[in-house]
Design a protein around this ligand. Sequence first.
Ligand SMILES: [Zn+2]
Length: 224
Amino acid sequence: MNDRELTGQARTHIAAVADPPCLLHAHVVAPFLNLRRAAQAEGIDLQAMSSFRDFARQLAIWNGKFSGERPMLDASGLKLDAASLTPRERIDAILLWSALPGASRHHWGTDLDLVDRQLSETGYQIKLTREEFATGGPLAHLDLWLDANAPRFGFFRPFQGVRSGVQPEPWHFSFAPIAEKARQRLSPRVLRTAIAGAPLLGKEVVLAHLDELHARYVAAIDLP
Ligand SMILES: [Zn+2]
C-alpha cells in the first residue's frame, strides 16, 4: 500500500465483493470468503457491518463527534457533553471509540466488523456492543466461533483492551499478514501529511500531540 492507500485517501487497493456486500483489500477477499464458508458450515451467516471506510467518511465521523452533532461516549458508554470538554478531552474521548482520519485500520481494507446476519432476520437490530458478544448475549455464539476459528484463516482481534488504547471491540477483526505490514508503514510522518491538509476539527491539538496519539492508538495493538 502506498501512503494514500494507507490513509484512506485512495481506494486503488480495494475490491468490491457482491456476496456478501463488502469492500476489502484485493488480497483479503479470498481469506474472508474462506472464513465465511467455514462459518456457514456451522450455521453462521458471517457478514461485515463495516469493511473498507475512506478518509472522508472517517473525517465526517470525527468532526461530527468533535462538534457534538454525533454522540460522544466515555469508556463506560455514557454520553458526554462535547461543549463542556476542552479540545484535548474531546480528542481523548473520541479516540476511545473512533480512529483519527488517516489512522483507521478500516482504511486498509484488511479489517472488518463481523456479525451473524441471521440475527437480523429475527428483527433484532445489531448495535455492536460488548454485551452482544458477551456470554448470554445474542452474538455470544459468534464470539466463541471466531475465537476458535478466525486465527487459522489469518484473522485476529487488534482491539482487546490490553495493549491498545482503543476500547475492546470483539467484533473487529483484521487480516494479519497484510494489516501488520500496513501498521508498520503508517508512521507519524505519513499520518501527519494526511491530516495536515484536511479540515479536521481540533487539528492543531491533534498535530501537537501526534506522536503520542500514534503510539497509543495506531502502533499499540493487541498482536495476533
Ligand atoms: Zn471496526
